[in-house]
Design a protein around this ligand. Structure first.
Ligand code: SF4
Length: 781
């Protein structure tokens, strides 16, 4: 933990990356430069920050920032416009399409990077005043299956436990979670529980990740078979009389059917081993550990969620906790590790297409309640299109207007190449962005709306344990940038909804959001922030973290759920769910014999628009790579450090080969972070299939059939430049931040003379000339 400079002006805020939701302190000097520290008082991290959080101070420059509204011209160029022209263009366009084609021709695609207040206003405009539920978010690629699983089992989207359960558990099971890289501060907490109290860690993952390296037991499960493992565990618990029959009888429903289905999937260690590809001895050890340990927390993340059967996987995990009554008490429970900083806040306001607002759905009573609360003029009455469905509707031409806020779907969606192409069909395409250029902007956005970035915006976020924290501004708004809630409210006012969107501050929105959560609630709904519905501006400004629920008049506490039942179903009983038989939607073949698993690296975040600015973070993994088992590499004829083309039915990318014995045979791994803004040919989202889970709509991003083939380059090299430079056509490159400029790793078959010519030209043009080094062969530069 770093010590704070004693006389600095400091502002407490929250990290903008993962769902751990660490508190930070920004120390701002007289020149306005900020240094970032962990907040010792924040209960998510107690002063600690991971590599990404520690490097936040390197990401605050205005380089490549979108600072003014811009409008696309008939010749395809973008020209600066004033706010009034840009906002009127959006409002007029929406009104035309609404009148002509109806509300379902409009869609909003939002982001877990938005603040709750931004999210609330956007959701309210769409679902209450435009009349459609076509609101989804990049959280739909991240944790929608957890939401669906929670709602099926608990009757509400609720994480029953809290972070302190990691300190108190005796067994922590991580399923499909590389927490050491993706939730590092929580992982450190788990390691501390092991080192200080002897807690054991089990990691279930097809890849031997950094998290697996630290495990007491690693189960290298076959892709897509988590459900079978937990079905086998439920059968084992029943056979060994390890069930909590009193809890099952008093507080749940559906046990017999779920057990029967589980037995059909895997009824003992041997059949479980057959279904999962694991060793029988490892399964026996895991089953024994789970059965014999009362305090068990089972965490799950993208490896579970990003699956065409993700919801069933979530419910198979929850089933074993309900069956043993291990829920809602210290040190026990299922625990969804949320990927994004405010995915939970987005869920609170209804930022997914299958939610309305404040954890209400589309029952007639809920729709009527929200209509009355909002005085809504045109209320959505049914679910809208989820993320992948939304972009398929754009492909078909049935959605004609799209507003993207704070995300980069042209990179992050599955089949990203096809969906990026489909964006050109839109009649009205708005992007609220901090960056002047990214792949989504370059896909032809008609209106660019400059949004406030982290450090400039002000509001709240909710982390994985239901803890609401303030994000505070510590930098001035640059150029003409504005908060997202302001931009949406201005459009709403131009559409004629001035009274409903007359917000002056984020505090106004937070009060309304809190009041809606308590409106006609009386304990029927889990999400309740009624205790903050009347918060004064000054108290909102000072607000410390608070965990929901917080009913009006109630004492605040760190509440766990369901130890004594009280589920949010019609009969207040939790639901066991009988999962479908596990299977992968697309089969491998001679043409595509491998399975492509996509995921994150330790030191990058999403499409690198922020982390890509940090030299420190760029040094961890400076170029996109594909991890492959030695046997698969030999079969494909690719060498460690060379290049390979990874191809699927949907696209291809050229990646640096990294041979790893810990990579499961038959499965390759590639990171999601690179885009056309940073590499020539490595958008991995374009390779992933778009098969979706039937309940959550979340796409399968972990098992796309793929092949690998060698790519030869005659020369490779690197260039150090102060400015962005254009490289000769046909060059493979990856750009990374270095101190004072950019490092460009490249490979080419063009003659070196062409490169020396480029260097000479740049040297002649600019005194801040690049340093270019070229060598023969394609080994790592
Ligand atoms: S663990 Fe997550 S929230 Fe905490 S510092 Fe790292 S990226 Fe930020």
């Amino acid at each position: 933990m770093n010590a704070l400079p004693p006389q600095a002006h400091t502002v407490r805020s929250t990290c903008p990356y993962c769902g751990v939701g660490c508190g930070i302190v920004a120390s701002v000097d007289r020149q306005g430069a900020a240094t970032i520290f962990g907040d010792p008082a924040h209960p998510a991290n107690f002063g600690r920050l991971c590599s990404k959080g520690s490097a936040l101070g390197e990401t605050l420059s205005l380089d490549q920032r979108l600072l003014h509204p811009m409008l696309r011209q008939p010749d395809g160029s973008l020209l600066r416009a004033d706010w009034n022209a840009a906002l009127s263009k959006v409002a007029d366009g929406l009104r035309t399409i609404l009148d002509r084609d109806g509300p379902n021709a409009i869609a909003f695609y939002l982001s877990g990077q938005l603040l709750t207040e931004d999210y609330y206003v956007a959701n309210k405009l769409m679902k209450g005043f435009l009349g459609s539920s076509n609101v989804d978010t990049n959280s739909g690629l991240c944790m929608a299956s957890s939401v669906a699983g929670h709602r099926r089992a608990f009757g509400a989207d609720i994480v029953p436990g809290i972070y302190r359960d990691f300190d108190e558990a005796d067994l922590i099971v991580l399923v499909g979670s590389n927490a050491a890289w993706c939730h590092p501060i929580l992982h450190q907490r788990m390691i501390a529980a092991r080192n200080e109290r002897g807690a054991r860690l089990v990691v279930i993952d097809p890849r031997r990740t950094a998290t697996a390296e630290a495990a007491d037991l690693f189960l290298p499960i076959a892709p897509g078979t988590d459900t079978a493992l937990f079905c086998g565990l439920l059968a084992h618990l029943a056979d060994t009389r390890a069930l909590d029959t009193r809890y099952i009888a008093q507080h749940t429903a559906g046990f017999e059917e779920a057990l029967a289905r589980s037995r059909a999937v895997a009824d003992d260690a041997t059949t479980t081993a057959r279904a999962t590809g694991l060793e029988v001895s490892d399964i026996v050890r895991f089953f024994d550990l789970f059965r014999q340990t009362e305090r068990v927390v089972t965490c799950y993340s993208q490896g579970v969620n990003q699956s065409a059967q993700g919801t069933d996987k979530v419910n198979a995990i929850i089933n074993v906790h309900l069956a043993t009554g291990r829920i809602g008490r210290p040190g026990v429970g299922p625990f969804s590790l949320t990927g994004q900083p405010n995915a939970m806040g987005g869920r609170e306001v209804g930022g997914l297409a299958n939610q309305l607002a404040a954890h209400m759905g589309f029952s007639a009573a809920d729709v009527d309640r929200v209509r009355r609360f909002w005085n809504a003029l045109r209320m959505a009455t049914r679910e809208g299109l989820k993320a992948v469905d939304m972009f398929e509707a754009i492909e078909r031409g049935t959605i004609k207007a799209l507003w993207v806020m704070a995300t980069n779907p042209a990179v992050s969606l599955p089949r990203a190449g096809a969906f990026r192409g489909a964006l050109s069909k839109l009649e009205l395409f708005m992007v609220s962005e901090t960056m002047l250029r990214n792949d989504t902007v370059e896909a032809g956005a008609h209106v660019l709306l400059p949004a406030a970035a982290w450090g400039e915006k002000d509001g709240t976020v909710t982390n994985s344990e239901r803890r609401v924290s303030r994000q505070r501004a510590f930098l001035p708004l640059p150029g003409e940038a504005q908060p997202d809630w302001w931009i949406v409210s201005e459009v709403a006012q131009r559409l004629g909804f001035a009274q409903a969107f007359a917000y002056r501050t984020p505090a106004d929105i937070f009060r309304e959001h809190s009041a809606l959560s308590a409106f006609e609630n009386e304990g029927h709904r889990d999400f309740d922030l009624g205790g903050l519905a009347d918060i004064a501006d000054a108290d909102y400004e000072r607000l410390n973290t608070v965990m929901w629920p917080l009913q009006a008049g109630a004492e605040w506490s760190e509440k766990r759920f369901f130890a004594a039942g009280g589920f949010f179903t019609s009969d207040r009983r939790g639901r066991f769910v009988a999962p479908e038989f596990p299977h992968l939607r697309a089969a491998t073949s001679d043409a595509f014999p491998l399975r492509l698993n996509t995921g994150r690296l330790r030191d990058q975040w999403h499409t690198m628009t922020r982390t890509g600015r940090s030299p420190r973070l760029g040094a961890h993994s400076p170029e996109p790579q594909v991890d492959i088992h030695p046997d698969d590499a030999a079969a494909a004829g690719v060498a460690d450090g060379g290049f390979a083309r990874v191809a699927t039915q949907h696209g291809s990318a050229v990646l640096r080969v990294c041979i790893r014995p810990g990579q499961q045979r038959g499965s390759i791994f590639a990171p999601i972070h690179w885009s056309d803004a940073t590499v020539s040919d490595a958008r991995v989202g374009a390779l992933a299939m778009a098969e979706t889970d039937p309940f959550s709509g979340q796409p399968e991003l972990k098992a796309t059939p793929a092949r690998v083939e060698p790519v030869e380059f005659d020369y490779c090299g690197f260039a150090l430049t102060c400015e962005l430079i254009a490289l000769p056509p046909g060059t493979w490159f990856a750009r990374v931040a270095v101190a004072g400029g950019y490092g460009v790793l490249f490979a080419t078959n063009a003659l070196p003379t062409r490169w020396h010519g480029l260097a000479e030209k740049l040297i002649a043009d600019d005194t801040s000339a690049p340093n270019i080094s070229i060598c023969r062969g394609a080994s790592s530069a």
